[in-house]
Ligand binder design. Structure first.
Ligand code: TMP
Ligand code: ASP
Length: 237
């Protein structure tokens, strides 16, 4: 596989073309941002951990019947993925109150929900990724009704699978953000990444935060937290 010109550079990843028009290479950076890029920093080793963790979790999810963009890990930081057009929705599933949910509705963090929730943000940095509902997504032509139904179904399947998997590692899956894409033929697959950047992961016994909130909230021990969750995952898989 030949790596060709850069197609796109995001806050945490670069995307390159390849000699196959249906395949792209994703390269994970150690750069970290928060609050729509207002806070910037580096988490040493994050690119390698996020690449490898995301690939392991996506392969796990494929086995559970969720199609993903994953093709092959090329090296510790880079992965070959199927080319998709990203549906401009951030799909957030929550099992426990935290973050913007707690802030918006004025409740403390750590309240376990009777059933998981789902919400969408419009993926648009200029607007600050505003919260929207499915009707708004349809009005904005971000996705079709059938695509939104499929995305919701996959998102809850991901939650069921990953909640159980992380529990077996002594980690509580509090919430996470997914992105989906359309393959050339139009079918929906899970894309982007699943990592401590995009999930809230709490130690099941102590409640210690083992994710990007350590960076967002200046809690320290960011690198150690990423390494700890990666170790727990690889010990299990
Ligand atoms: P929130 O509570 O800030 O809305 O975040 C919900 C989940 O989404 C949390 O696991 C972190 C993740 N997330 C991202 O992956 N990217 C983002 O830009 C934001 C704001 C949150
Ligand atoms: N990655 C997002 C940003 O820079 C936010 C976050 O993960 O908190 O803005």
């Amino acid at each position: 596989m030949e790596k060709r010109e850069q197609l796109y550079e995001g806050k945490a990843k670069q995307v390159f073309k390849t000699d196959d028009e249906n395949l792209l290479i994703v390269s994970y950076k150690d750069d970290a941002t928060a609050f729509n890029g207002m806070k910037k920093g580096t988490i040493t080793g994050k690119g390698v951990i996020n690449n490898q963790m995301s690939n392991l979790l996506m392969q796990y999810l494929e086995k559970k019947g969720i199609p993903t963009h994953f093709v092959e890990e090329l090296n510790p930081r880079e992965t070959l993925v199927r080319k998709v057009s990203i549906v401009p929705l951030e799909v957030i599933v929550r099992n426990i109150s935290a973050g913007s949910f707690s802030k918006r509705y004025g409740i403390e963090e750590g309240i376990v929900f009777d059933a998981p929730t789902i919400e969408f943000s419009y993926k648009n940095d200029d607007l600050g990724d505003p919260l929207i509902n499915a009707y708004h997504a349809l009005a904005l032509k971000l996705a079709t009704a059938a695509e939104i139904e499929q995305i919701k179904q996959y998102a809850f399947m991901v939650n069921d699978s990953l909640k159980a998997f992380w529990a077996s590692c002594g980690v509580t899956l509090v919430d996470f953000k997914l992105e989906f894409g359309r393959l050339t033929g139009g079918s929906i697959v899970l894309a982007d990444e699943i990592s401590p950047d995009t999930c809230r992961l709490w130690d099941s016994k102590t409640g210690e935060k083992l994710d990007k909130d350590r960076f967002r909230r200046d809690l320290g021990g960011v690198e150690d937290a990423y390494a700890e969750v990666m170790k727990r995952l690889t010990d299990k898989l």
